[in-house]
Write a protein that binds this ligand. Structure first.
Ligand SMILES: NC(=O)c1ccc[n+]([C@@H]2O[C@H](COP(=O)([O-])OP(=O)(O)OC[C@H]3O[C@@H](n4cnc5c(N)ncnc54)[C@H](OP(=O)(O)O)[C@@H]3O)[C@@H](O)[C@H]2O)c1
Length: 321
Protein backbone atom coordinates (compact mmCIF):
# COMPACT_ATOMS: atom_id res chain seq x y z
CA UNK A 1 0.00 0.00 0.00
CA UNK A 2 1.59 3.23 -1.05
CA UNK A 3 0.63 6.12 1.18
CA UNK A 4 0.81 9.54 -0.42
CA UNK A 5 2.49 12.46 1.30
CA UNK A 6 2.38 16.23 1.17
CA UNK A 7 5.55 18.27 0.94
CA UNK A 8 5.80 20.84 3.70
CA UNK A 9 7.22 24.34 3.07
CA UNK A 10 10.60 23.16 4.34
CA UNK A 11 10.74 20.32 1.81
CA UNK A 12 9.97 17.56 4.32
CA UNK A 13 7.32 15.02 3.50
CA UNK A 14 4.34 14.32 5.76
CA UNK A 15 2.20 11.23 5.05
CA UNK A 16 -1.42 12.16 4.29
CA UNK A 17 -2.74 9.50 6.68
CA UNK A 18 -1.55 9.09 10.25
CA UNK A 19 -2.83 7.18 13.25
CA UNK A 20 -4.59 9.26 15.93
CA UNK A 21 -4.10 8.21 19.54
CA UNK A 22 -6.20 10.51 21.74
CA UNK A 23 -8.03 8.66 24.54
CA UNK A 24 -5.87 5.59 24.02
CA UNK A 25 -4.43 5.40 27.51
CA UNK A 26 -4.44 1.70 28.27
CA UNK A 27 -0.82 0.56 27.72
CA UNK A 28 -1.66 -2.71 25.99
CA UNK A 29 -4.38 -1.23 23.81
CA UNK A 30 -2.09 1.59 22.79
CA UNK A 31 0.88 -0.66 22.03
CA UNK A 32 -1.28 -3.12 20.09
CA UNK A 33 -2.78 -0.33 17.99
CA UNK A 34 0.67 1.07 17.16
CA UNK A 35 1.89 -2.41 16.18
CA UNK A 36 -1.22 -2.96 14.04
CA UNK A 37 -0.68 0.41 12.37
CA UNK A 38 3.03 -0.12 11.67
CA UNK A 39 2.31 -3.60 10.32
CA UNK A 40 -0.42 -2.17 8.08
CA UNK A 41 2.05 0.36 6.65
CA UNK A 42 1.37 3.52 8.69
CA UNK A 43 4.45 5.68 9.05
CA UNK A 44 2.76 8.67 10.68
CA UNK A 45 1.63 8.72 14.31
CA UNK A 46 -0.12 11.56 16.10
CA UNK A 47 0.21 11.92 19.85
CA UNK A 48 0.54 14.67 22.46
CA UNK A 49 2.14 15.23 25.84
CA UNK A 50 -1.41 15.51 27.20
CA UNK A 51 -2.50 12.08 25.85
CA UNK A 52 -0.25 10.32 28.37
CA UNK A 53 0.60 7.55 25.92
CA UNK A 54 3.90 8.74 24.45
CA UNK A 55 5.85 6.21 26.53
CA UNK A 56 3.80 3.27 25.21
CA UNK A 57 4.34 4.47 21.66
CA UNK A 58 8.06 4.85 22.36
CA UNK A 59 8.28 1.25 23.60
CA UNK A 60 6.79 -0.11 20.38
CA UNK A 61 8.99 2.08 18.19
CA UNK A 62 12.08 0.73 19.98
CA UNK A 63 10.79 -2.80 19.48
CA UNK A 64 10.46 -2.18 15.72
CA UNK A 65 13.80 -0.35 15.39
CA UNK A 66 15.64 -3.13 17.23
CA UNK A 67 13.99 -5.83 15.14
CA UNK A 68 15.07 -3.95 11.99
CA UNK A 69 11.42 -3.60 10.94
CA UNK A 70 11.49 0.18 10.93
CA UNK A 71 13.99 2.97 10.38
CA UNK A 72 13.67 6.25 12.23
CA UNK A 73 13.91 8.24 9.02
CA UNK A 74 10.89 6.42 7.57
CA UNK A 75 8.68 7.46 10.44
CA UNK A 76 6.75 10.71 10.99
CA UNK A 77 5.89 11.40 14.64
CA UNK A 78 3.87 14.40 15.76
CA UNK A 79 3.52 15.45 19.38
CA UNK A 80 2.25 18.61 21.06
CA UNK A 81 3.28 21.23 23.58
CA UNK A 82 1.04 21.24 26.60
CA UNK A 83 -0.82 24.30 27.81
CA UNK A 84 1.25 24.80 30.98
CA UNK A 85 4.54 25.10 29.06
CA UNK A 86 3.86 28.15 26.90
CA UNK A 87 6.60 30.38 28.32
CA UNK A 88 9.44 30.64 25.80
CA UNK A 89 11.98 28.95 28.06
CA UNK A 90 9.59 26.17 29.12
CA UNK A 91 8.87 24.91 25.59
CA UNK A 92 12.11 22.93 25.55
CA UNK A 93 11.22 21.34 28.92
CA UNK A 94 7.99 19.96 27.51
CA UNK A 95 9.54 18.61 24.32
CA UNK A 96 12.40 17.08 26.33
CA UNK A 97 9.82 15.17 28.38
CA UNK A 98 8.05 14.03 25.22
CA UNK A 99 11.30 12.92 23.58
CA UNK A 100 12.22 10.97 26.69
CA UNK A 101 8.82 9.29 26.71
CA UNK A 102 9.00 8.52 23.00
CA UNK A 103 12.66 7.41 23.25
CA UNK A 104 13.44 9.59 20.23
CA UNK A 105 16.06 12.26 19.52
CA UNK A 106 13.61 14.36 17.56
CA UNK A 107 9.99 14.50 16.50
CA UNK A 108 8.97 15.23 12.94
CA UNK A 109 6.31 17.74 13.92
CA UNK A 110 5.84 19.69 17.13
CA UNK A 111 2.63 21.64 17.59
CA UNK A 112 1.32 24.22 20.05
CA UNK A 113 -1.66 22.12 21.16
CA UNK A 114 -4.05 25.00 21.88
CA UNK A 115 -3.75 28.79 21.66
CA UNK A 116 -4.42 29.11 25.38
CA UNK A 117 -1.90 29.07 28.20
CA UNK A 118 -2.34 28.02 31.83
CA UNK A 119 -0.17 27.97 34.93
CA UNK A 120 0.55 25.03 37.20
CA UNK A 121 -1.22 25.39 40.55
CA UNK A 122 -0.83 21.87 41.89
CA UNK A 123 -4.63 21.48 41.66
CA UNK A 124 -6.50 20.12 38.66
CA UNK A 125 -9.99 19.53 37.43
CA UNK A 126 -9.70 16.94 34.71
CA UNK A 127 -6.78 17.91 32.51
CA UNK A 128 -6.63 21.55 33.49
CA UNK A 129 -5.06 23.37 36.44
CA UNK A 130 -7.49 25.41 38.53
CA UNK A 131 -6.99 28.23 41.03
CA UNK A 132 -8.10 28.34 44.67
CA UNK A 133 -11.69 29.05 43.53
CA UNK A 134 -11.66 26.07 41.16
CA UNK A 135 -11.61 28.46 38.21
CA UNK A 136 -9.31 27.66 35.24
CA UNK A 137 -5.79 28.87 36.08
CA UNK A 138 -5.23 30.83 32.87
CA UNK A 139 -2.07 32.71 32.15
CA UNK A 140 -1.53 35.13 29.31
CA UNK A 141 1.70 34.16 27.64
CA UNK A 142 1.64 35.88 24.24
CA UNK A 143 1.45 33.38 21.38
CA UNK A 144 4.48 34.97 19.73
CA UNK A 145 6.53 34.24 22.86
CA UNK A 146 5.54 30.58 22.70
CA UNK A 147 6.39 30.55 19.01
CA UNK A 148 9.90 31.80 19.79
CA UNK A 149 10.29 28.80 22.10
CA UNK A 150 9.04 26.55 19.29
CA UNK A 151 11.63 28.03 16.92
CA UNK A 152 14.34 27.37 19.50
CA UNK A 153 13.46 23.67 19.72
CA UNK A 154 13.40 23.47 15.93
CA UNK A 155 16.85 25.11 15.72
CA UNK A 156 18.12 22.69 18.36
CA UNK A 157 17.05 19.82 16.07
CA UNK A 158 14.45 18.47 18.51
CA UNK A 159 11.64 19.03 16.00
CA UNK A 160 12.12 18.82 12.24
CA UNK A 161 9.00 20.92 11.63
CA UNK A 162 6.86 23.05 13.93
CA UNK A 163 3.25 24.06 13.73
CA UNK A 164 0.08 24.95 15.59
CA UNK A 165 -3.21 23.37 16.49
CA UNK A 166 -6.66 24.84 17.09
CA UNK A 167 -5.48 28.22 15.78
CA UNK A 168 -7.84 30.53 13.92
CA UNK A 169 -6.73 32.73 10.99
CA UNK A 170 -6.02 35.73 13.20
CA UNK A 171 -3.78 33.66 15.44
CA UNK A 172 -1.93 32.09 12.49
CA UNK A 173 -1.43 35.55 10.99
CA UNK A 174 -0.07 36.87 14.28
CA UNK A 175 2.53 34.09 14.45
CA UNK A 176 3.48 34.45 10.76
CA UNK A 177 4.16 38.20 11.13
CA UNK A 178 7.13 37.72 13.45
CA UNK A 179 8.07 34.12 12.66
CA UNK A 180 11.57 33.25 11.52
CA UNK A 181 10.35 29.69 10.93
CA UNK A 182 6.83 29.53 9.55
CA UNK A 183 4.31 27.01 10.91
CA UNK A 184 4.19 23.93 8.67
CA UNK A 185 0.68 22.82 9.61
CA UNK A 186 -2.39 23.84 11.57
CA UNK A 187 -4.10 20.81 13.10
CA UNK A 188 -7.79 21.55 13.54
CA UNK A 189 -11.12 19.77 13.76
CA UNK A 190 -12.14 18.98 10.19
CA UNK A 191 -14.66 16.54 8.76
CA UNK A 192 -17.64 16.43 6.40
CA UNK A 193 -19.74 18.58 8.75
CA UNK A 194 -16.95 21.10 9.47
CA UNK A 195 -15.05 21.33 6.21
CA UNK A 196 -12.88 24.36 7.02
CA UNK A 197 -12.64 25.41 3.36
CA UNK A 198 -11.98 29.07 4.20
CA UNK A 199 -9.23 28.25 6.70
CA UNK A 200 -7.78 25.66 4.31
CA UNK A 201 -7.50 28.25 1.51
CA UNK A 202 -6.06 30.85 3.87
CA UNK A 203 -3.38 28.40 5.04
CA UNK A 204 -2.61 27.23 1.52
CA UNK A 205 -1.91 30.79 0.40
CA UNK A 206 0.72 30.94 3.14
CA UNK A 207 2.26 27.55 2.35
CA UNK A 208 0.80 25.96 5.50
CA UNK A 209 -0.91 22.56 5.41
CA UNK A 210 -4.10 21.64 7.22
CA UNK A 211 -4.22 18.48 9.33
CA UNK A 212 -7.73 17.23 10.04
CA UNK A 213 -8.31 15.93 13.53
CA UNK A 214 -11.48 13.99 14.30
CA UNK A 215 -12.05 13.19 10.59
CA UNK A 216 -15.06 11.03 11.58
CA UNK A 217 -16.44 13.69 13.91
CA UNK A 218 -14.95 11.92 16.94
CA UNK A 219 -17.93 9.65 17.64
CA UNK A 220 -16.43 8.56 20.98
CA UNK A 221 -15.65 12.08 22.22
CA UNK A 222 -16.29 12.67 25.93
CA UNK A 223 -19.74 13.60 27.21
CA UNK A 224 -18.92 17.29 27.66
CA UNK A 225 -18.30 17.53 23.91
CA UNK A 226 -21.47 15.72 22.87
CA UNK A 227 -24.03 18.07 21.41
CA UNK A 228 -27.66 17.24 22.06
CA UNK A 229 -29.33 16.14 18.84
CA UNK A 230 -26.24 16.76 16.68
CA UNK A 231 -26.04 14.61 13.53
CA UNK A 232 -23.37 11.92 13.39
CA UNK A 233 -20.79 12.51 10.70
CA UNK A 234 -20.53 8.77 9.95
CA UNK A 235 -24.30 8.62 9.28
CA UNK A 236 -24.13 11.08 6.40
CA UNK A 237 -26.37 9.75 3.59
CA UNK A 238 -24.25 11.03 0.68
CA UNK A 239 -21.11 9.35 2.03
CA UNK A 240 -23.11 6.16 2.64
CA UNK A 241 -24.35 6.15 -0.94
CA UNK A 242 -20.79 6.55 -2.25
CA UNK A 243 -19.60 3.75 0.04
CA UNK A 244 -22.09 1.44 -1.64
CA UNK A 245 -21.09 2.62 -5.11
CA UNK A 246 -17.35 2.15 -4.52
CA UNK A 247 -17.70 -0.95 -2.31
CA UNK A 248 -15.77 0.88 0.42
CA UNK A 249 -16.59 1.54 4.03
CA UNK A 250 -18.25 4.82 4.95
CA UNK A 251 -15.11 5.74 6.90
CA UNK A 252 -12.99 5.33 3.76
CA UNK A 253 -15.25 7.72 1.82
CA UNK A 254 -14.86 10.34 4.57
CA UNK A 255 -11.08 9.98 4.55
CA UNK A 256 -10.87 9.90 0.74
CA UNK A 257 -12.84 13.14 0.52
CA UNK A 258 -10.36 14.88 2.84
CA UNK A 259 -7.14 13.50 1.33
CA UNK A 260 -8.39 14.21 -2.18
CA UNK A 261 -8.73 17.88 -1.10
CA UNK A 262 -5.07 17.73 0.00
CA UNK A 263 -5.84 17.58 3.70
CA UNK A 264 -3.80 15.37 6.06
CA UNK A 265 -5.97 13.05 8.20
CA UNK A 266 -5.23 11.35 11.51
CA UNK A 267 -8.10 8.92 12.18
CA UNK A 268 -7.95 7.17 15.54
CA UNK A 269 -8.66 3.49 15.80
CA UNK A 270 -7.61 0.69 18.09
CA UNK A 271 -9.39 -1.91 15.97
CA UNK A 272 -6.92 -3.75 13.67
CA UNK A 273 -9.46 -4.10 10.84
CA UNK A 274 -10.38 -0.41 10.89
CA UNK A 275 -6.73 0.60 11.26
CA UNK A 276 -5.98 -1.23 7.99
CA UNK A 277 -9.10 0.06 6.27
CA UNK A 278 -8.35 3.70 7.13
CA UNK A 279 -5.05 3.59 5.26
CA UNK A 280 -6.57 2.16 2.08
CA UNK A 281 -7.77 5.38 0.54
CA UNK A 282 -5.22 5.89 -2.22
CA UNK A 283 -6.48 3.40 -4.78
CA UNK A 284 -9.72 5.08 -5.82
CA UNK A 285 -10.89 8.56 -6.83
CA UNK A 286 -14.10 10.44 -6.24
CA UNK A 287 -15.35 12.29 -9.33
CA UNK A 288 -15.54 16.06 -9.29
CA UNK A 289 -19.35 15.95 -9.07
CA UNK A 290 -19.09 13.58 -6.10
CA UNK A 291 -16.57 15.91 -4.47
CA UNK A 292 -19.02 18.81 -4.98
CA UNK A 293 -21.90 16.80 -3.58
CA UNK A 294 -19.84 16.00 -0.48
CA UNK A 295 -18.77 19.66 -0.22
CA UNK A 296 -22.42 20.67 -0.06
CA UNK A 297 -22.91 18.50 3.04
CA UNK A 298 -20.94 20.98 5.20
CA UNK A 299 -22.91 22.02 8.30
CA UNK A 300 -20.23 24.15 9.97
CA UNK A 301 -20.74 21.96 12.99
CA UNK A 302 -17.91 22.23 15.51
CA UNK A 303 -17.73 19.68 18.33
CA UNK A 304 -14.48 20.98 19.86
CA UNK A 305 -15.48 24.55 20.58
CA UNK A 306 -13.08 25.15 23.47
CA UNK A 307 -15.94 26.03 25.85
CA UNK A 308 -13.65 25.18 28.76
CA UNK A 309 -11.53 28.19 27.75
CA UNK A 310 -14.38 30.64 27.24
CA UNK A 311 -13.05 33.18 29.72
CA UNK A 312 -9.58 33.26 28.13
CA UNK A 313 -8.74 36.18 25.81
CA UNK A 314 -7.80 33.74 23.01
CA UNK A 315 -11.30 32.21 23.03
CA UNK A 316 -13.10 31.26 20.77
CA UNK A 317 -11.42 28.36 19.06
CA UNK A 318 -11.39 28.56 15.32
CA UNK A 319 -13.21 30.91 13.03
CA UNK A 320 -16.56 32.28 14.02
CA UNK A 321 -19.03 29.99 12.22
N1 LIG B 1 -5.14 18.79 18.30
C1 LIG B 1 -6.23 18.53 18.98
O1 LIG B 1 -6.69 19.34 19.81
C2 LIG B 1 -6.94 17.23 18.75
C3 LIG B 1 -8.26 17.06 19.22
C4 LIG B 1 -8.89 15.85 18.93
C5 LIG B 1 -8.23 14.84 18.25
N2 LIG B 1 -6.93 15.02 17.85
C6 LIG B 1 -6.17 13.96 17.13
O2 LIG B 1 -6.98 13.46 16.06
C7 LIG B 1 -7.17 12.06 16.22
C8 LIG B 1 -8.49 11.61 15.64
O3 LIG B 1 -9.58 12.27 16.24
P1 LIG B 1 -10.57 11.57 17.28
O4 LIG B 1 -9.87 10.51 18.02
O5 LIG B 1 -11.19 12.68 18.04
O6 LIG B 1 -11.75 10.96 16.40
P2 LIG B 1 -11.97 10.28 14.96
O7 LIG B 1 -10.69 9.83 14.40
O8 LIG B 1 -12.85 11.19 14.19
O9 LIG B 1 -12.86 9.05 15.37
C9 LIG B 1 -12.35 7.97 16.11
C10 LIG B 1 -13.51 7.04 16.41
O10 LIG B 1 -14.00 6.47 15.20
C11 LIG B 1 -13.94 5.05 15.26
N3 LIG B 1 -13.45 4.60 13.94
C12 LIG B 1 -12.17 4.53 13.49
N4 LIG B 1 -12.13 4.12 12.23
C13 LIG B 1 -13.41 3.94 11.83
C14 LIG B 1 -14.00 3.51 10.62
N5 LIG B 1 -13.27 3.22 9.54
N6 LIG B 1 -15.35 3.41 10.58
C15 LIG B 1 -16.11 3.70 11.67
N7 LIG B 1 -15.60 4.11 12.85
C16 LIG B 1 -14.25 4.23 12.93
C17 LIG B 1 -12.97 4.72 16.36
O11 LIG B 1 -13.34 3.51 17.00
P3 LIG B 1 -12.31 2.25 17.06
O12 LIG B 1 -11.09 2.71 17.78
O13 LIG B 1 -13.09 1.23 17.82
O14 LIG B 1 -12.05 1.86 15.63
C18 LIG B 1 -13.15 5.89 17.31
O15 LIG B 1 -14.23 5.70 18.20
C19 LIG B 1 -7.03 11.88 17.74
O16 LIG B 1 -6.91 10.54 18.10
C20 LIG B 1 -5.85 12.76 18.02
O17 LIG B 1 -4.67 12.10 17.65
C21 LIG B 1 -6.29 16.21 18.07
Amino acid sequence: MSVQSVTLHNGRKMPLVGLGSWQVTSPEECKDSIRAALDAGYRHIDTAFAYQNEAFIGEVLQEYFKAGKLKREDLFVTTKLWITYHERERVSKCIDESLKNLQLDYVDMYLIHVPVSMRETGKRMGLYPVDENNKPAFSEVPLVETWKGMEQVARAGKAKSIGVSNFNMKQVELICKSAEIKPATNQVECHLYLQQEKLFRFLKERGITLTAYSPFGSPARPANLQKEGAPRVLDDPVAKELATKYKRSVGQIHLRYLVQRGIIVIPKSTNPGRIQENLKVFDFNLSSSEMSKLASQDKKLRFFDGQEFNTHPNYPFGEPL
